[in-house]
Write a protein that binds this ligand. Sequence first.
Ligand SMILES: Cc1cc2nc3c(=O)[nH]c(=O)nc-3n(C[C@H](O)[C@H](O)[C@H](O)COP(=O)(O)O)c2cc1C
Length: 365
Amino acid sequence: MTADLFEPTVVGDLKVPNRLAMAPMTRNRADRRGRATAMMAAYYRQRATAGLIVSESIPISPMGVGYPYTPGLYEQDQMESWRAVTDAVHESGGRIFAQLQHCGRISHPSMLPGGAAPVAPSPIKPSGNAITYEGMREFVTPRALEADRIGEVVTEFSTAARLAAEAGFDGIEVHGANGYLLDQFLRDRTNRRSDRYGGSVENRMRLLEEVLDAVTRTWPTDRVGLRLSPDNSFNSISDSDPQRHFDHVLRRLSDRHRLAYLHLLEGDMGGGGGPVDYAALRRSYNGVYIANNGYDLDRARRAVRSGHADLVAFGAPFLANPDLVARYREGLPLNRPDSATFYQGGSTGYTDYPVYGTDRQGGTR
Ligand SMILES: Cc1cc2nc3c(=O)[nH]c(=O)nc-3n(C[C@H](O)[C@H](O)[C@H](O)COP(=O)(O)O)c2cc1C
């Protein structure tokens, strides 16, 4: 059966009015204590016509923080601050999942409790720089998580999942992508462990499965999504055989975890195709599939019509076009994203992208 991008569908047990998701995007507009701000509520409200919004990455613990001004879900007042966001989205008829994240080695001691070294599966330093409150700082060699401390990370995911429910989110997305902690465990070039969390692909996905089992004690499985990025090199990460390893991961997820959806960042975020055949990989997954990375309207329509994707997530286009769904449906031109304001704080390049027919000050064109 062929479906169209603008037709409703079901994600888990949630009815969504269209198949355009807003991809998770870190925007660094929280306060310094990791609380969501009024400006964030306005930003998400503006984008509530998305079939599904996936929030920006939300650190699950003080050790999971990797960037300045990111909103957390490990303190009571952070949870309360998110209610204004979820209320705003719901009042405007939308749905929002919380993307739960532990940054692992993509962090810096200056942002971690007591100046601690970041944690990772193995002590392998990423190349490049961390973004800190004091500007760019070279990454440091992370501390390998001791096997008996891994349970604490699982508990932190589970606590954040409960706080997400209390904050009024419609579901959660476990962030297993983009070179952060769960991805560092999954991919074999960042995971050199010889215990039960390293070595075989079964072992490398053990932490991910423990997290999924833990969060699904709070949430029904059909309200839990997962994001993976098999060959995204972002955050200096790679795998020796992503096609074979992630094929195994996807089959096991299909068999063991009946999630709301699997959200795949296909290829490399910087553009350019890697070695992975995503059509083949998708066939190894039995469940709702959200495709992402560099999609435009035509490609998204083809992906949904062909059955490759159930939904398509848009990042930069949604950031720059609060009314992206209407613009695509009606064939209207798009605003261009301004990368200089992606992470800079303030309302410029955040809540001031106009809907079609108005200028940035809200006047009529
Ligand atoms: C400003 C910005 C922030 C992002 N932050 C996140 C994030 O917090 N979590 C995540 O999984 N991906 C993040 N991404 C990646 C996007 O979700 C998406 O995968 C990427 O932009 C490719 O989709 P697109 O081509 O539609 O923009 C971010 C991308 C951008 C542009």
